[in-house]
Design a protein around this ligand. Structure first.
Ligand code: KIV
Ligand code: ZN
Length: 522
């Protein structure tokens, strides 16, 4: 779609994109991001045209507050939202966090379904109605832009839901979000709920309606689009669909469905879709959540054609098997071939082509690693560079890093790892044995970085083909109910494993500190 035809579209068909990667996304087990990572993601969301960025839950911890406040101060275009329960202290804290934003929003929510009222809230319907009026009024006294959400809306009787929405709008809510919190609705039900509420609530035209869908039945994107058909004009979603349990609706899927099927979905968004691929890689790198290969829009295979018939068709006319171009989501096909003779300029152009913008120090570190890789590997593919730079970004703020690793493996045993780590500037070396080379390496790390975490996942995959391919390793650890994931890449699988394990333990330490700070705050 051209810009001209976009500007001809009416505002009534504009779907506002509300990204909650930094709040609902970060809330899912293992996806914790550091302060710097959150700023990096927020900056990219702002550049790509996200309308509202939900930057966190300010009352949850000092770290969350700081992240929301800093994103609020730095955002150039987007509205910055913070989440608040229907509790006066939450709303005040949220108001403080977003007050530096050019445009700040308080997003407050309360449960409305019978099961939540009876078992979680232990409140009557009338009590909840009073809470809605009081908390939305309080929020509206702090900011102009207030969103109110009916948690578990899809399991709430429609009459009561309408009374709640009516009360929220009367108290000044400017956006009404009706989430499918537990991912239970079907598209038709979800659309009908919006049609019914908008028709029955007399002042419904005073607010923008919003969808927020979880993916427990794999229907989050379909439900979001159905909600839009029912009159909603805000979609809450996350990059790569990360979020509680099975996740949220994936931003890239919602946006590309609207763009590609304008014939049956007559809406438009403000997203520059050429950033989608970069955003996916960044979120995957900082959360250490791999993107499944066949994931729509941003999966590695999303534009790959393997079968002979498909390849034949593609060579004759790309639209035989492609409904959108890879370029439209930021996947470039014009590849500069990289190797050990490529210099700084070529590397810089390649990074630009792949959608990376690195600071000077980051660039130098990435370039040094690229040269080392090119010395060991004949062909350096785009995927190699992506894996290398993503890892560089993900590990940039790690307090402990792998310096050297030597492993004795093979039939003779005992398998022995000699490992040196840089622990906040100090080099420490240990030697450990184990039941295999990976076990020996992990035991050595544990000696220097003791923890109680249990290994939930150890996964290796080759970034490209060939025996000299880089291995990308994911490690998931669980300690006291907290789950973290670390990722590492190298042509040496054991070095990649060590990097991934160290990254996970670094995150475990951060999560431990975050919890301790939250507990100290009460
Ligand atoms: O899923 C949900 O209901 C939420 C609310 C806090 C909006 O995330
Ligand atoms: Zn949610």
């Amino acid at each position: 779609m051209t810009n001209d035809s976009q500007s001809a579209q009416s505002d009534a068909d504009r779907v506002v994109i509300f990204d909650t990667t930094l709040r609902d996304g970060e809330q899912c087990p293992g996806a914790t991001m550091t302060f710097e990572e959150k700023l990096e993601v927020a900056e990219l969301l702002d550049i790509m045209g996200v309308d509202i960025i939900e930057a966190g839950f300010p009352i949850a911890s000092e770290g969350d507050f700081e992240a929301v406040a800093t994103v609020a101060n730095r955002a150039k275009n987007a509205v910055i939202a913070g989440l608040a329960r229907a509790i006066p202290a939450d709303i005040d804290r949220c108001g403080q966090a977003v007050k530096g934003a050019r445009r700040g929003r308080i997003h407050t929510f309360v449960s409305t379904s019978p099961i939540h009222l009876a078992h979680q809230m232990r409140k009557s319907q009338d009590e909840v109605l009073e809470i809605i009026t009081a908390t939305v009024t309080q929020a509206r006294n702090l900011v102009e832009d207030v969103e109110w959400s009916a948690m578990d809306a899809t399991r709430t009787p429609i009459e009561y839901l309408c009374r709640c929405v009516d009360a929220a709008i009367a108290a000044g809510a400017t956006t009404i979000n009706l989430p499918d919190t537990v991912g239970y609705a079907t598209p038709q039900e979800y659309r009908d709920m919006f049609l019914a509420v908008r028709e029955r609530v007399p002042n419904s035209d005073k607010a923008v309606f919003s969808v927020h869908c979880h993916n427990d039945l794999g229907l989050a994107v379909a439900n979001s689009l159905a909600g839009v058909a029912g009159g909603a004009r805000q979609v809450e979603c996350t990059i790569n669909g990360i979020g509680e349990r099975a996740g949220n609706a994936a931003l890239e899927e919602v946006v590309m469905a609207i763009q590609t099927r304008a014939d049956v979905l007559p809406y438009h968004t403000n997203i520059d879709t050429t950033w989608l691929s970069r955003a996916s890689r960044l979120v995957s790198a900082v959360t250490n959540f791999p993107v499944q290969y066949n994931k729509a829009i941003v999966g590695r295979n999303a534009f790959a054609h393997e079968s002979g018939i498909h390849q034949d068709g593609m060579l004759k006319h790309t639209q035989t098997y492609e409904i959108m171009t890879p370029e439209s989501v930021g996947v470039s096909k014009t590849s500069l071939v990289m190797g050990k003779h490529s210099g700084r300029n070529a590397f810089r152009s390649k990074l630009k082509e792949l959608g990376y913008e690195l600071g000077d120090n980051q660039f130098e570190d990435a370039f040094t690693r690229f040269k080392a890789l090119a010395d060991r590997k004949k062909h350096v593919y785009d995927e190699d560079i992506e894996a290398l730079v993503d890892e560089e970004i993900a590990h940039m703020h790690d307090r402990t890093k792998v310096v050297a690793l030597t492993v004795i493996a093979g039939t003779m045993g005992p398998q022995t790892a000699t490992l040196t780590l840089d622990v906040e500037g100090e080099h420490r070396t240990v030697q450990s044995i184990g039941n295999g080379p990976v076990d020996a390496t992990f035991n050595a790390i544990k000696e220097i970085m003791p923890h109680q975490g249990s290994l939930q996942l150890y996964q290796v995959h080759a970034v490209t083909q060939g025996t000299d391919a880089q291995a990308e390793v994911s490690v998931r650890l669980e300690e006291d109910g907290r789950t973290v994931t670390g990722r590492g890449a190298d042509t040496d699988t054991l070095v990649a494993s060590a990097r991934a394990y160290v990254a996970a333990v670094n995150k475990l330490k951060l999560t431990r500190e975050k919890t301790a700070r939250a507990q100290a705050l009460g």
